[in-house]
Design a binder for this molecule. Structure first.
Ligand code: FAD
Length: 372
């Protein structure tokens, strides 16, 4: 991870002064890959669900600062000394990663995973945000927010969890970093919940209903509603005077054309962007400092290209999310993308994608006017 941060920072250093605006490379962290046995995180998740103060937010809830107290207080019947030692090591590794990111001015995103890991991942993310996204302190990072958590719109908890996150950030004076995605594990969540009485099921939800929405339309509606809340939060941040740095940063991760269209419309309607020549959506540096839209590398390049042409800004607004790591480590990620690509390429999508790829090859070989 440290090497990855250095590579990203070296790249940013190499273009400093040549391009306008701040540093735009991020490093994403998949926490379950950072410890020898991810089961320790499920134990921590169960422990915090049983011990944290109850809020009226659906499973897997929203983190509380007391969630990691068990790392100091020691083992219980639910979590062993070995598990605690593994999570302590993980926590100090994460702090080292964030310190390097702070030194080198590279943003960190904590990826979201299965719901049975989420209470533990949320607790770790909260502790990192409270420390590294702190505003008004001598240690304030020059890049803000430095740490981003991931919010999965397919979880029914997400609107409540997002509201609680904003309230905690405001009350404790730190910047909130939000990556909004729909969520990658829907079939697994349904299957695990259906087998909850089976000892082999990993689900830890106490609820009779699955934690995810049951229809795609509900997830879409949740994504778009949260997107509106986030655009409004950016607007409120820009209107409030006296903030030393952004108090909110948002990365929209999606391949959904309708959601991307809605985000651009919201930006224009709220006055954060305006329509320029050829109907382009023009964004100021203040807005792009707080907002990014991303697709996964190798997926939906037509959408990425469309967004790049549809928008105009001094600093890049549209990014690609690139897997980095040993092949054996990134294989589960790549196979999930292969399955996802199948659904993206259904309904004639494959024909469109083949045409787009053909046009791109012709353009690169023969130049612009052979492309069509
Ligand atoms: C930059 C980026 C970063 C990402 N990081 C993460 C991450 O950290 N963690 C993570 O979990 N995912 C992550 N993803 C993947 C993401 O969660 C989605 O799986 C993927 O992007 C497909 O959703 P979509 O918004 O692109 O569009 P769409 O193709 O419109 O939506 C597909 C999604 O809809 C939801 N869905 C499908 N069927 C149903 C149903 N029957 N009921 C309810 N909902 C349903 C699922 O979430 C499915 O993935 C990331 C994606 C991007 C682009």
């Amino acid at each position: 991870m440290i090497r990855c941060i250095d590579v990203a920072a070296d790249f940013e250093d190499s273009i400093a002064g040549k391009v306008h605006g701040g540093r735009r490379t991020w490093v994403a962290v998949k926490i379950t890959a950072l410890l020898p046995d991810a089961h320790a995180l499920i134990k921590l998740s169960s422990h915090v669900l049983n011990t944290r103060p109850r809020l009226s937010i659906a499973f897997p809830g929203s983190p509380h600062p007391s969630d990691l107290n068990v790392l100091e207080s020691g083992p219980t019947s639910a979590i062993s000394a070995e598990d605690i030692a593994a999570i302590r090591d993980l926590h100090s590794d994460l702090i080292r990663i964030c310190m390097r990111a702070q030194e080198r001015g590279v943003k960190i995103i904590i990826d979201a995973e299965y719901s049975w890991y989420q209470p533990a991942l949320d607790a770790l993310t909260l502790s990192l945000m409270r420390r590294f996204n702190k505003l008004d302190s001598s240690e304030t990072s020059k890049v803000q927010p430095l740490i981003y958590g991931t919010y999965q719109a397919y979880l029914q908890r997400t609107p409540g969890h997002l509201a609680q996150s904003f309230a905690d950030a405001k009350a404790n004076n730190y910047a909130l970093g939000v990556k909004l995605v729909r969520g990658a594990y829907h079939p697994h969540e349904i299957a695990a919940h259906a087998g909850v009485s089976d000892k082999r099921s990993l689900s830890i939800s106490p609820d009779p209903q699955p934690p995810v929405w049951m229809t795609k339309a509900e997830t879409d509606q949740c994504y778009d509603a949260c997107a509106k809340v986030l655009v409004k939060a950016i607007k409120d941040d820009l209107l409030s005077t006296g903030a030393p740095a952004p108090t909110v940063g948002v990365l929209f991760g999606t391949h959904n054309w309708a959601s991307c269209g809605l985000i651009l419309d919201e930006l224009v309607d709220s006055g954060l962007a305006h329509k320029g020549e050829r109907d382009q959506v023009v964004l100021s540096d203040d807005v792009t400092e707080r907002l990014t839209i991303g697709q996964l590398y190798g997926m939906s390049d037509d959408l990425t290209n469309h967004l790049v042409h549809k928008t105009s800004s001094n600093t890049p607004l549209i990014i690609k999310y690139v897997p980095y790591g040993a092949l054996s480590e990134v294989m589960p990620y790549l196979s999930r993308r292969a399955i996802e690509n199948k659904s993206v390429l259904g309904d004639g999508g494959a024909v469109v994608e083949r045409r787009r790829a053909g046009a791109e090859i012709r353009k690169r070989l023969f130049g612009g006017w052979f492309a069509k």
